[in-house]
Design a protein around this ligand. Sequence first.
Ligand code: OVM
Length: 402
Amino acid sequence: MAVATIESARVPTIDIDVFGEEFLADPYGYHAQVRDAGPVFYLRKYGIYGMARHAEVSAALKDWQTFISSRGVGLSDFATEKPWRPPSLLLETDPPVHDRTRRLMNQVVSLAALRKLQPLWQAEADALVDTLLARRNVDGVTDLAQAYPLRIFPPTIGLPEEGRENLLSYAMATFNAFGPRNRVFTDSEAAAGPAAAWVAMACKRANLSASGWGADVYAAADAGACTEDEAERLVRSFLSAGVDTTINGIGNMLHAFARHPEQWAKLRAQPSLVKRVFDEALRWDSTVQTFFRTTSRAVTVGDVAIPEGSKVLLFFGAANRDPRKWDDPERFDIERVASGHLGFGFGIHQCLGQMVARMEAEAVLNALLPRVRRIELTGEPVRILNNTLHALGSLPIALIPE
Ligand code: OVM
């Protein structure tokens, strides 16, 4: 890779296509190059800036006044281009709107709400793993990482039974839409038309069950916390952000254990480590690899002057393996204290559903731990290329029983 410097701006320039299929297939093969280019670099192909070191990525996420979200967290600048869908009232907003909607949603996805669901979610994980153990050879993605969230999440929101498979193609298209209009984007867009129509239908009050997080959002509207139109769009956030993220988080975690059997053995010997596992899995292989911000003013980072209105691509996945931050960062090590990882982002937009994701992952681990002695890779995992997500389509494994 050529790293040249534009002398006038003193910014290292990278010619590599960070949304190219080679990069998306194996981002980790390229991360050292982008991190080492400098604290800030310029991506010539897209005319944007990037940051891939932990210090700068977390500082940018913390400084929401300078690195704003309301012009979109994808490549497209909402100040000059029409968004492909009405912007998210959480992800694609700044304070004060963001803080109002976020507070409302935090009250719906509360610790109390989660505690109430935990026994049911654990029972569902136990039942699913029991049926998979009987088969022994399974697909860790379709049979477990997809099947589990699809069992528990739609009923939690109160979604219609029919058509839930639309959630997968909708999320794929949503996360591709944060990137450029490349082939992965346009391919998933074709599939997403009917899915978007289903999602729009499912977010309507009349189509949600009387109890559930969807109904809770509309109840908040009744109480004056938001309008009914806002409630509809906030429910859409559950459907956009709550499915593919957890699916690939669980899938990538199973993949990590299949590649590191000694870590599975360690976890079985020390089950109290369960609480740490998912965060280390997300650090080691981040589901959400990147998000953008847009500069609200001219800002200098290191010795690079970034103009106002610049798109800045933040590499969460690269920051999570930055040797400036982590010892032996390429090692998946469940004993590591992974706190400070950016797999859930950081700052005011830090993942609203992180406790949901952790509870799902823990339920799966709790189901597997006493029953499964080894998770053996029986074939090559298949990656699904996506402009934002590090996603798996298939993970052939054998679950070797106790
Ligand atoms: C939303 C949304 C969509 C995609 C991702 C996300 C990771 C949020 O509609 O709010 O957060």
